[in-house]
Design a protein around this ligand. Structure first.
Ligand code: HBI
Length: 94
């Protein structure tokens, strides 16, 4: 899976306005806040199903009602189209 080119980044990153680019990791990150832990964990369960279906998995953490997600492609050592696609699928859950 190739790393996104600069042109692809210019095209694709603006379609994910809620996500921040982590230049150090060449990743995208987003923090989600829910009503409570139950809602947060339900969200994580749905993301987990998406990740399995995509064979592309987040680096994430959960503290009570907060879920922090980082997406990058390990075998590209940076952002790939897989990260963009998974981020869009995750955004559709909220
Ligand atoms: N998830 N984020 C992420 N990045 C990967 O490179 C990746 C993955 N999940 C599974 C996976 N790669 C494997 O399918 C490949 O390493 C073969």
């Amino acid at each position: 899976m190739p790393k996104l080119t600069d042109a692809e980044r210019d095209e694709l990153l603006p379609t994910l306005p809620e996500w921040n680019h982590d230049a150090g990791r060449d990743a995208i990150t987003r923090t989600f806040r829910f009503a409570d832990f139950n809602a947060a964990f339900g969200f994580m369960t749905r993301v987990a199903m998406l990740a399995e279906k995509a064979d592309h998995h987040p680096e994430w953490s959960n503290v009570w009602n907060r879920v922090e997600i980082l997406l990058t492609t390990h075998d590209a050592n940076g952002l790939s189209r897989r990260d963009i696609a998974l981020a869009k699928a995750i955004d559709a859950l909220v």
